[in-house]
Structure formats: C-alpha cells, structure tokens
Design a protein around this ligand. Sequence first.
Ligand SMILES: [Zn+2]
Length: 319
Amino acid sequence: MSLADDRGEAQLIPKIRARAPVPVAAVVLSPGGEQARITGPADASEQMTVRLIGRRQDVAAGHPRSQRFDRQLRAFGEQGQATLARLAVGVAGAGGLGSHVIQQLVHLGIGRIMVVDPDRVTPSNLSRLVGASRLDATLRRPKTSVARRLSRRVGGPSRITGLRKSVTDEEPARRLLDCDLIIGCTDNQWSYQYYVPVFDLGVELQAAGAMGGRVTWLAPGSACLWCLKILDPQRVRAEQLPRQVAEEEASRGYIQSLDEPAPAVVSINGAIASIAVTEFVARTTDFAGSAARASQLMYRLSDGVVRRTFARPGQACPT
Ligand SMILES: [Zn+2]
C-alpha cells in the first residue's frame, strides 16, 4: 500500500472508531495485484491474504458494435461504454440543473439513473426545465415524471426511477447510498454526508463579478464544502431553523428569506451540467487521460474561462 493509502487510513480509522470500536480492513486493487490489511484496536496492522475468486468480465466482449452509441464508442471505447452501462447514478434535484444532467445521462446510456425531487412543474420552470411542457405546468406534474418521460422518449438502455421526496428525507438518502455516484443539483446547500462520491453543482448569478458556476468533487479524503468555503454558515443555519423561526428572522432582516427565488438562466445551467457530466465520464472511463482530476471546476462568465482547483481537506476539518 502506498503512502497516500497510509495517510488516508490514518484520517479515516479514528472517524470509524468514533462510531464503533471495530477492526478496520482495507483492500487495494490495482493492475499490479491485490493487497489487504487489517488494523486492530491498538493500531497494529496485519497483512491479510487476498484470494481472487474470479476475474473481471469484459462485458463488451462478443457484443456487436452498437449503432446507437457508435460515435461515443469512438471516444470512450468498448470498455468505457461498458463501464457507463454498469453504473448507477443518483441525481438529487430534477430542476433547472438536474434536468440537463438527466438528459445527458440518458443519452450516454448510463445503466441506472435514480432521480430524487419532491417538486412539481410550475409555469416559472418552463424557462429552463429540459423536457417540460406547458401542459406539465398546467397539470402540475411531478418533475420526476418529466425526467422519466424524457428517458422513455430517448428510448436507450437506461433504467430510470423517480422518487418524489426531498434528499434530506431518510428513504431517498438510503436509496442514494446504493448508487455508485451522486450528482447534486439542488438549490439548497445539501452537502456530502455519505461515503458515496458526489459531484455538487452550483450556479451563482447574484454576486456581481463572480457570476458563473461550479462543479465540486466530494469524496472520502477530498476537501469538503466547508474547506472549500462554499457553504455559507448563515444560510446553513437558516435552512436548519424551524420554518416559523426562519420566517420571523427573515421578516426582521436577520437572515435572507429562503423563499426568495434565485436568478436562473437555462444556458448557464446547461454549461455547468455539461462540465459536470463530462468530468464524470472522464473520471469513470479515463477517456480524457488518467491525470489527477481537479477537486473543483469553476466557470466564470466575466472571462469565459473554466478554472481547476486542487484543494486539500483543512487540517481541523470536522467533516
Ligand atoms: Zn472539510
């Protein structure tokens, strides 16, 4: 195991122990071979023997080259496409950002897509909700239904399920744990809280001079939204207040009202969604090379540039 593995474990093990006093086992699988070790209560590590019970199957082998995916097969290769077909991706939020993301995941042929959104379509959504119609707004159809219909119309191999609940509820949270990756497209500052990698998307059109958006990679060992100074402590506090208290404080001007809609533009949502989906494909298929990926991609309208940042977790980060 490498120095990076040692460092990662040194941070992770105390956190696991804080929850339960258990031995912690770790396995590294790499093209060069397999290694495993177990760390006991007194921090003593012992090597473990790894016995392989089978080799990875090459799912793409033997299948005729798919016409549907011909053009992207030329970019990702058979193996890359097979990887996408095996993945389960959770999308938290099927609104202005999420609908773009879902549409692209369906076109890519992602195996399973799980969409979580409690909201129904309103007339004000029609300026940016991909796949939604005026009739959806009139009938107040759930946004998850719009996403499922869009997937049906494209007619690819993706299996899409919708859950009309908030991501902060227990059931969707449990279902999202079954996904390989979650793409966070909600307005509220819902953050990484599971050991499942998350791409967290955000658009900012209020701060003059800082208009644009970001795609943030959140996974065990990466910098969190606090370390990256993305979370606004005032706003997080406001979101956790009981509704009545929040309204009272907002009316006195102590906090910004949570009901005030933020500005949103379809093209900027689309740009951020596309950056996120491209980064997701790059990380899962290696089609863009295997160099270290940035922890955050920032798009600024003022200079038309996407910047990368490679942030490390803060020393005293409680997350
Ligand atoms: Zn942190």
